[in-house]
Design a protein around this ligand. Structure first.
Ligand code: SF4
Length: 250
């Protein structure tokens, strides 16, 4: 299978079986999304979603957050990873938004990364989710899943990003970002990927190397493949249930 074919088939699978995929961070406007994405660095979306309602209620915009002290913001986000740094970044970010960007969240990655606390990954997420730009944010899930499947052969996130945007059609990039994240979060998990539940096993390099080439009984592999394709899998991913099937190979 050529790389192009692998991309086409993997994207077709996700488009057919998952379709719409969105960020799991809760937000009501672009400012809230930017804050939530900054908070989500090295932290789970679930934890961020538990924290942000009160923060957003008391600091709904750049103006109010810019007037706060980092110590005050810290008290709201203390249960999140790296609260000290993130509190400082949020206040500085709000000040810069107010002073340099007329409170408007920039749409270009090059502008977004000027904001304190905003790295390339965060900028790509914001540009993609708010402005539907064809930017690919490479987090730990996207990096791991892309390399395992064989979509990329990258040793760092930037290389991974460049390979993905080269092969994925522009209009699909924002959704492909979420497809890969959800697949990594619920199926192709870090320690023990659930290959027996995976709808793209037959397109995956990792599966081929670790199972097909190790001569697993052909009947078992066939059963697994037929079991994993179809609507049931998409429901599992889109509902984010992460439930295990009864048959596993890993
Ligand atoms: S077959 Fe396994 S390694 Fe490959 S994408 Fe699916 S879960 Fe991940």
């Amino acid at each position: 299978m050529t790389k192009q074919e692998r991309y086409q088939k993997v994207l077709h699978y996700f488009e057919t079986n998952v379709g719409l995929a969105e960020t799991e961070l809760n937000y009501g406007n672009p400012f809230e999304l930017l804050v939530a994405v900054i908070l989500s660095a090295q932290c789970t979306d679930k934890r961020v979603n538990l924290t942000t309602p009160k923060l957003f209620k008391d600091y709904p915009d750049a103006e109010s957050m810019a007037a706060a002290t980092p110590d005050t913001i810290f008290s709201y986000i203390r249960s999140i990873s790296y609260p000290n740094n993130k509190a400082k970044h949020l206040v500085s970010m709000a000040k810069m938004l107010l002073n340099d960007f007329d409170e408007k969240i920039p749409s270009e990655v090059e502008q977004l990364v000027k904001l304190p606390g905003v790295g390339r990954k965060t900028a790509n997420v914001v540009a993609s989710v708010i402005y539907n730009k064809p930017t690919m944010a490479v987090d730990t899930h996207v990096f791991r899943v892309s390399n395992r499947i064989g979509l990329t052969n990258a040793n760092n996130p930037l290389k991974c990003e460049k390979e993905l945007v080269k092969f994925i059609p522009e209009q699909l990039i924002p959704r492909a970002h979420h497809w890969l994240i959800l697949h990594g979060r619920y199926v192709c998990v870090a320690r023990k990927p659930k290959c027996g539940e995976c709808g793209i096993a037959e397109l995956c390099n990792y599966f081929e190397k670790n199972f097909l080439k190790q001569k697993i009984k052909v009947t078992t592999v066939k059963q697994l493949k037929s079991k994993s394709y179809g609507k049931e899998k998409s429901k599992k991913i889109s509902q984010k249930s992460g439930k295990k099937s009864s048959k596993k190979i890993s």
